[in-house]
Design a protein around this ligand. Structure first.
Ligand SMILES: [Zn+2]
Length: 560
């Protein structure tokens, strides 16, 4: 063994491993992991060998290991980016041990990333795979640690940025008392070509993936940002609203789009326009809430010269500009009463009167309105005309909030990711498992618009060539309770490193610390059904410490 070869402490890697039994997930960093019985994997291995033969099985399993190795290579730079290349490299063997593959001892390591030189030799003791193979087939001639070897090749190839092939020169499955692996660039092995099929498809897939992303990016650039391209969704709730909209498109019926803020009402309106007989005409959108009340009539209906101070020239309103097309009135509930009367007249007579005009003009405009307030309530409060409501509410289409269409979140997020990576010239490997899970569980008060903002921020924050992770999407997420592995290999509660964020939120909230403590203690006691020992474990206190604090709360000593 080279004298300079040693493992740095692996606390940084153990910290990555978190158990969340309550949410049914195990995490390594942002990657979702699985605790699997080696017996189960071994059974799968045997079934594969029986059904497709050992050559194919070896290829499949090598590729499986290769994929895990590649994923783990992400952590080298993330956890030890500031260390020497050798210490950074050791992330692989150390993670391989943490994941339970074998005991790995480095024997020789010489590398130069820039020059592409790599020589590595490692010893594996107690490889689970050698053990499983020997158990099923007895002592064999050929080494059998296929998954493990794939991992070493995948990790090292990703780390070096070129294909490094590892071979087993000794294996427990062949009767040796340990396994011994040797790795170098694939072109330095005389028979390297024979191993290429193990990895080739990957590079082909990578290439296809890169190409398809390029196509996606180009398509996104061609597609005008105003198109209805964002109407993505297969959830029943979304499909129902979309079908209703489509059926109204070819008619002249006045459609009222309802739904929470950010659900995409304007996109629905644009899609309706695109499918209507007015599709070749203009689409004009007006946000009634964004216009000052005193200007809104002139803005919508136009103005004649001299109608009021400042009206130096005659000007067409939005209705006239939308002639032959569609006028979309968003937040129609905010329209002042006088404008409501005029709108009613347009809808009934298809004619408008400019402010200060003597006569009316005919217009041919399809009107779509939208609101996120309850118009019935506005009528009851005298803020909205009942006759106008009846006229607008002929064909209501309610667009569901994002939290009611969870199935659409992933396709929407991926679509947005493609759009924003193209827009910001980023090349990213998609969304991390944990990030995606967080998106699925979010409440989405701001709906699709909130998702759009979140993904765009994620794309900007994620480094070039990496994955969009949880912290990029929700930078201020409070830390949750997590269990990890301590120095003795036991599961233990890990104090989250980002508790600073939680503290900031507490300070910002202005809740007095005494009150907060009272609430936290009460919550812990309640969670444990009144059991003080359990509650004290939750809080990291001894039972007497908890009892003392509770007593102090009761006596009002700390109440602010
Ligand atoms: Zn082996």
């Amino acid at each position: 063994m080279d004298t300079n070869l040693h493992y740095p402490p692996d606390a940084d890697l153990r910290k990555l491993l978190r158990f969340e039994p309550r949410s049914g997930a195990i995490w390594l960093g942002e990657r979702r992991m699985l605790l699997l019985h080696t017996a189960a994997l071994s059974a799968l291995r045997q079934d594969l060998i029986t059904s497709v033969g050992s050559t194919h099985t070896r290829r499949l399993l090598t590729r499986m290991g290769y994929a895990s190795g590649r994923h783990d290579a992400e952590f080298a730079n993330k956890t030890r980016g500031d260390r020497s290349p050798e210490e950074m490299f050791m992330v692989g063997p150390q993670l391989h041990m943490l994941e339970g593959a074998a005991r790995v001892t480095p024997l020789h390591l010489k590398m130069d990333i820039a020059a592409g030189h790599y020589e590595g030799e490692f010893r594996w003791d107690d490889s689970w795979e050698a053990h499983a193979h020997r158990l099923a087939y007895g002592v064999v001639e050929e080494p059998a640690c296929w998954i493990l070897l794939g991992y070493a090749s995948g990790y090292t190839s990703a780390f070096m940025g070129k294909l490094i092939l590892f071979k087993e020169v000794k294996c427990g499955a062949c009767g040796h008392d340990h396994c011994h692996i040797v790795g170098k660039p694939i072109d330095e092995w005389p028979d390297g070509d024979a191993y290429l099929p193990y990895f080739e498809d990957d590079s082909l897939l990578d290439k296809m993936d890169a190409l398809s992303r390029q196509v996606e990016a180009l398509k996104t650039r061609l597609e005008p940002s105003t198109s209805g391209g964002m109407l993505i969704g297969n959830s029943p709730a979304f499909q129902h609203a979309y079908d209703l909209m489509l059926r109204a498109a070819s008619t002249q019926v006045t459609v009222l789009l309802t739904g929470e803020t950010g659900v995409g009402k304007e996109r629905f309106a644009r899609a309706l326009h695109a499918h209507s007989n007015h599709a070749t005409g203009p689409f004009v959108a007006v946000n009634c809430a964004a216009l000052p009340a005193e200007l809104i009539e002139a803005e919508l209906f136009g103005v004649e010269k001299g109608a009021f101070t400042g009206a130096h020239a005659a000007r067409a309103g939005r209705f006239e500009r939308a002639d032959g097309g569609t006028l979309f009135l968003d937040e129609v509930g905010d329209l002042p009463m006088a404008a409501q009367a005029k709108l009613l007249r347009v809808l009934q007579e298809s004619e408008i009167e400019r402010v200060g005009a003597e006569r009316a003009r005919k217009v041919n405009v399809r009107v779509i309105t939208a609101t996120n307030v309850n118009l019935e309530e506005a009528v009851a409060q005298g803020r909205f005309r009942r006759d106008l409501l009846y006229r607008l509410n002929v064909y209501p289409v309610c667009i569901p909030p994002l939290r009611e269409r969870v199935a659409d979140i992933e396709p929407l997020a991926n679509h947005l990711l493609a759009r924003f990576t193209a827009l910001h010239n980023k090349r990213l490997n998609g969304l991390g498992d944990r990030a995606l899970q967080a998106l699925m569980h979010h409440d989405w008060p701001g709906n699709v618009r909130e998702l759009e903002n979140l993904v765009e921020r994620g794309v900007i924050l994620a480094a070039q060539g990496t994955t969009v992770e949880l912290e990029h999407l929700f930078p201020n997420l409070p830390a949750t309770r997590q269990d990890g592995v301590d120095d003795h290999g036991r599961l233990a509660h890990i104090v989250p490193a980002n508790s600073t964020a939680l503290c900031e939120r507490i300070v910002d909230s202005g809740v007095p610390i005494g009150q907060l403590e009272a609430q936290v203690l009460a919550m812990a006691v309640e969670r444990c059904g009144g059991n003080l020992s359990g509650a004290s474990r939750l809080l990291g206190l001894t039972r007497p410490q908890l009892a003392y604090r509770l007593k102090r709360q009761e006596s009002g000593e700390v109440s602010e």
